[in-house]
Design a protein. Structure first.
Length: 385
């Protein structure tokens, strides 16, 4: 089947295609509107302190990436979920909560993406934030950081103050145009002290970040969503219409391939290997008895239909390949296709071209030539035979 034939087949059943697609879209819309709304609460957590460090330690970053995978799995364990349900005050089981949670940790990042789904945006955000807080509270560094953070920060602040004071004195001594021996000795002592204080500060800072690889922190808390994530009504409708469109077209093509009915001149030529000699348009039959009218080639010789019969006569003569055409049979596959009308009009066009023509009605079942020419039918072919 070529593309042009495919277009022709689909166009012939365009009403079925359009109605099926529109009906499928309407059904998808109604079903989508009837489905419950689902909202998401999203929290992003970071494992470790690599993003805050001025000179990140590669080993700590690598450890944080591996720990992120562990945290993503621990978030759906029973004890954590039970604590979340108790603190959030929701009426659901741990299995129900676990099914609504999605925790992902990319292999090349130290982030954990936590998503919780619920039928209410406030509940989804509450469960996500509660789960994140529970994970932070359960992390092994949380308690230790709470106990030591104040001491470490105080030591760092005191060391910074001493360094600034020593640097101020150094700047004053350096600015003197002439210094005494005691002042030079004092300047050397201050410089040595600053160097020692900086080493102390670096050691304290290293102590503060020694367990940073296992630190869990929320960087993007969950907020109530404005729009539900499911159902996606436009997407559902469009996807359904597209699927039905493809399915209907495929069914039409399959039926056309299985259908052996000849419906076009192209099909006739493909099956028989013969050339179509002419095409006659369908016209209303008027002016005669029954459903057969007088020959168009006789009563309306200047119409396009009459011209089509004359073109058919010319093509028949050309198809005889130089041989004198004496007998011509007009037949069809089923009744009512126009055998009598075509034979009568061909006979008229041959006679109009100056050829002696005899029109013989061989239809014993429903003869109609006598009605076309308004002649008696007392004697016919059976009497001659």
């Amino acid at each position: 089947m070529d593309f042009q034939h495919l277009i022709t087949v689909v166009r012939a059943r365009s009403a079925l295609v359009v109605s099926s697609v529109l009906l499928a879209g309407a059904i998808a819309l109604l079903v989508s509107l009837a489905l419950p709304r689902v909202y998401e609460g999203k929290v992003t957590l970071i494992v470790g302190q690599g993003i805050l460090a001025g000179n990140p330690n590669y080993n700590q970053v690598l450890a944080s990436q591996q720990l992120a995978q562990t945290y993503a799995r621990v978030m759906t364990t029973g004890p954590i979920l039970s604590a979340v349900i108790a603190k959030a005050g929701v009426a659901m089981t741990t299995d129900e909560l676990a099914k609504s949670i999605t925790a992902q940790a990319p292999l090349d990042l130290t982030l954990v993406y936590l998503t919780v789904r619920a039928d209410d945006p406030q509940r989804a955000a509450l469960l996500a934030n509660t789960l994140a807080a529970e994970m932070i509270a359960a992390s092994p560094v949380a308690l230790q950081n709470q106990q030591t953070q104040q001491f470490i920060q105080a030591d760092l602040a005191a060391t910074e103050a001493q360094i600034e004071a020593a640097q101020t004195e150094i700047a004053q001594l350096t600015g003197l145009t002439s210094r005494t021996a005691s002042q030079d000795q004092q300047l050397q002592g201050l410089q040595s002290r600053v160097a020692g204080l900086r080493q102390t500060y670096a050691a304290t800072l290293n102590l503060a970040s020694s367990n940073g690889a296992n630190l869990l922190t929320v960087v993007d808390p969950a907020v109530p969503a404005d729009q539900p994530v499911s159902p996606r009504i436009p997407l559902n409708v469009l996807a359904t219409m597209l699927i039905v469109l493809v399915g209907v077209i495929a069914a039409i093509v399959l039926i056309d391939r299985l259908d052996e009915t000849v419906r076009s001149t192209d099909a006739v030529e493909a099956i028989t290997g013969l050339t179509t000699l002419g095409t006659i348009a369908t016209t209303s039959r008027t002016g005669g008895a029954g459903d057969i009218g007088p020959p168009v080639a006789l009563v309306s010789p200047h119409t396009p239909v009459a011209e089509a019969y004359r073109a058919l006569r010319t093509n028949i003569e050309l198809a005889s390949a130089g041989r004198l055409l004496k007998t011509l049979l007009v037949t069809s596959s089923v009744p009512g296709e126009g055998k009598t009308t075509t034979a009568a009009n061909l006979a008229v066009t041959f006679a109009q071209a100056g050829q002696r023509t005899v029109l013989l009605d061989a239809d014993f079942r429903k003869p109609g030539v006598h009605r076309i020419f308004d002649l008696p039918n007392a004697h016919g072919l059976s009497d001659l035979l």
